[in-house]
Design a protein around this ligand. Structure first.
Ligand SMILES: Cc1cc2nc3c(=O)[nH]c(=O)nc-3n(C[C@H](O)[C@H](O)[C@H](O)COP(=O)(O)OP(=O)(O)OC[C@H]3O[C@@H](n4cnc5c(N)ncnc54)[C@H](O)[C@@H]3O)c2cc1C
Length: 313
């Protein structure tokens, strides 16, 4: 279970009263409010609050372009125009607040995105739950040969078994010792030994490994969120952050469907070509002979271009 009893109670309470508002709301997102979307073995993403919708993007853009007509088809066209031409500030008019539970080693990658507001669970104040990430066997991959930041083939047989056992054993042992240092019983937080003081929480936590889960509230505007998704829903991003980005993409689709569609078309699934790559593509289209040696591209860039364009050598 990714959410604890207190959080379940909180969700039930929040959903027991409906508020009336004159502000625009997005029906599809309202239905998703507070509900956890499960990610990895104990993680989740849930929407806590949001401001704005596709219309807010359009309204902000019309301040600069004039009102024009308000037809839906034209709203879609305007949003696509904004996305295509990197006119990004109208997208900053929308904001979203998410509650995210994620392994600490993924939180370290996530926090590099400096344009969000973050409030993290305090392990100085509270005791961390005994929840640690153990990859599914299918995600237990070897180091890639051709990319120091990537994964290669999936580990198999005894090696996979041994790795999983080590991860579980070490995580279990670390938690047992964490609680021993705190001098607390795992089950009811009572003292293990009345004669001992127990180490401060802010120090005992250093014994936990990076696969332990932390939680935070993360608030970001739509433009910076799209930037985050562009980098972290990409195939080059680590699997464990990509699955969170994929969950957030689904939220964005419900929240701002026109913006989502334009983002997929003009950012996520578009390709960026260097001048040399563009020259090669033009030559190919014209039917001229071109290969890596004559292209001016390194072998690596050539391969990257072929992959981007879906062309096989
Ligand atoms: C596949 C991948 C591999 C990576 N590998 C590494 C690695 O090996 N080591 C490592 O340290 N990091 C690594 N990173 C992190 C990466 O370098 C960035 O720190 C991270 O992706 C955040 O990007 P950002 O700065 O654009 O985002 P944000 O911090 O969200 O910023 C968004 C945009 O705001 C602007 N901005 C924000 N803050 C400033 C500022 N202070 N000054 C100027 N402009 C600012 C920039 O235009 C920036 O693009 C990796 C990221 C990815 C996706």
């Amino acid at each position: 279970m990714s959410i604890n009893q207190a959080q379940q109670k909180e969700i039930a309470e929040l959903k027991s009263t409906a508020n009336q508002t004159f502000r625009p709301v997005v029906k599809d997102l309202e239905e998703l409010l507070y509900e956890p979307i499960e990610v990895l073995d104990h993680g989740f993403v849930r929407v806590i609050d949001y401001m704005g919708d596709d219309a807010a993007v359009v309204q902000a853009a019309r301040v600069s372009y004039g009102r024009g007509t308000k037809q839906i088809s034209q709203d879609r066209g305007l949003i696509r125009y904004l996305m295509r031409h990197w006119h990004t500030t109208p997208f900053e008019m929308c904001e979203i607040k998410l509650h995210i539970k994620l392994p600490i080693f993924i939180a370290r990658q996530w926090i590099r995105h400096r344009t969000a507001n973050v409030n993290e669970y305090s392990a100085r104040y509270s005791i961390l739950d005994k929840e640690f990430y153990i990859p599914a066997a299918a995600n237990l991959a070897a180091q890639a040969d051709n990319n120091r930041q990537g994964r290669g083939d999936v580990l198999e047989g005894q090696e996979a078994h041994d790795v999983l056992e080590m991860l579980k054993e070490d995580s279990e042992r670390n938690y047992t010792n964490y609680m021993k240092m705190l001098n607390l019983n795992d089950t009811d937080d009572s003292k293990i030994d009345e004669s001992k003081q127990g180490l401060a929480r802010e120090l005992a936590r250093m014994n936990l490994s990076l696969n332990y889960y932390t939680q935070w509230y993360w608030k970001i505007d739509l433009n910076n969120l799209l930037h985050f998704l562009m980098l972290r829903a990409d195939s080059h991003a680590q699997y464990e952050i990509r699955v969170y980005a994929d969950a957030i993409l689904k939220i964005v689709e419900k929240w701002v469907p026109f913006t989502y569609e334009a983002f997929i078309d003009y950012r996520m699934h578009s390709v960026n070509l260097s001048k040399q790559m563009r020259d090669v593509i033009v030559k190919m289209i014209k039917g001229e002979e071109v290969n890596q040696a004559t292209s001016g591209l390194s072998a690596r860039e050539w391969d990257e271009m072929m992959t981007k364009m879906g062309i096989t050598n």
